[in-house]
Design a protein around this ligand. Structure first.
Ligand code: HPA
Ligand code: ZN
Length: 307
């Protein structure tokens, strides 16, 4: 199985650049802080504690060079796992929140990705709880960069503190600009949050795991061919799923909902895409044929234009 998973050509569709940063790299960026402190930052009492840690990592990325460094490190790790294609989510909302200019940061990230064995596209992501104006600024940044590998616009952060209904106009704007649409939803809230994201026009759902509680929603996702970006380790580490055997991946898959496997924040969760496949096999009995079809979904549901 290990050889099979390594040899399998894989794609990452739900992967945050900032969440990919290892504690050791944070220590390199901020040598005055012991690495143990960064390891401690990467343990979360609950989902909101994770969101706070995510913002703290964003703050430690101070310069375009810092962003370039973490992009290099991430792409090396992806290439080593035979990940052929990645849509990397950049928290442009956090960059603006820090009061930084996004242009030089994006240019540095993009340059750092050139020459990688991994084909890369970008998703710019706004933070729900930062509100609609901040989200619109992120959509504008994305719209200006559709010729530079930005394929989609998304929202993440707190579903509770930033309901999807706020973002109707923003998503309409992004769509008119030619961007594809995704939203984190049904991660820390129930299926109603997934319905609300679909109402916005989301074409993929980040996590969407609570859809398993709503048979009508499962039918809808299957009938409309809307994939869920599943990240098993993430859900356990942030505490939105309490125990591995309670994760609904099997229920979702068996209901015929398209699923893709992803690592979400591999540095912050100390996981990898290959490990997510291994976990799916070990804990949920996915066969090699099933895992191959899930891996193919990673390419099938990509937002890149098919060339
Ligand atoms: N959910 C919400 N916000 C996030 C996530 C996530 O999985 N990763 C980084 N920010
Ligand atoms: Zn995420």
């Amino acid at each position: 199985m290990a050889d099979f998973l390594m040899a399998l050509p894989k794609a990452e569709l739900h992967l945050h650049l900032e969440g990919s940063v290892e504690p050791e790299t944070l220590h390199e960026l901020d040598p005055a802080t012991p690495v143990e402190e960064f390891r401690a930052l990467y343990t979360y009492a609950d989902f909101d504690a994770f969101l706070k840690a995510f913002a703290a990592v964003g703050k430690l990325l101070r310069t375009p060079e810092d962003y370039a460094l973490v992009t290099h490190r991430l792409l090396e790790r992806l290439a080593a796992q035979n990940v052929r294609y990645a849509e990397i989510i950049v928290a442009a909302g956090v960059v603006l929140w820090k009061g930084q200019d996004f242009g030089p940061i994006f240019d540095a990230i993009r340059k750092a990705s050139q020459g990688s064995a991994v084909e890369v596209r970008w998703i710019l992501d706004a933070v729900r709880q930062f509100g609609v104006e901040a989200a619109m600024q992120v959509a504008e940044l994305a719209a200006e960069r559709t010729g530079q590998g930005v394929v989609a616009y998304g929202i993440g952060g707190s579903e509770q503190r930033g309901p999807a209904e706020w973002f109707t106009e923003v998503f309409a704007f992004a769509k008119r600009a030619g961007l594809r649409l995704t939203a984190h939803a049904g991660e820390s809230m129930g299926p109603e949050s997934v319905w609300a994201a679909l109402e916005l026009g989301a074409e993929r759902i980040g996590h969407g795991i609570t859809s398993a509680r709503d048979p009508k929603l499962l039918d809808h996702l299957r009938a409309h061919d809307i994939p869920l970006e599943i990240c098993i380790t993430s859900n356990l580490v942030t505490g939105v799923v309490k125990q591995l055997d309670q994760h609904p991946i099997r229920t979702l898959y068996d209901a015929g909902v398209p699923i893709v496997l992803n690592s979400d924040d591999p540095g912050m969760f100390r996981c990898s895409l290959t490990d997510e496949y291994r976990l799916a096999a070990r804990a949920f009995g996915f066969s090699e044929a099933e895992l191959r079809s899930i891996a193919q979904n990673g390419f099938r549901y990509a937002f890149r234009a098919v060339t």
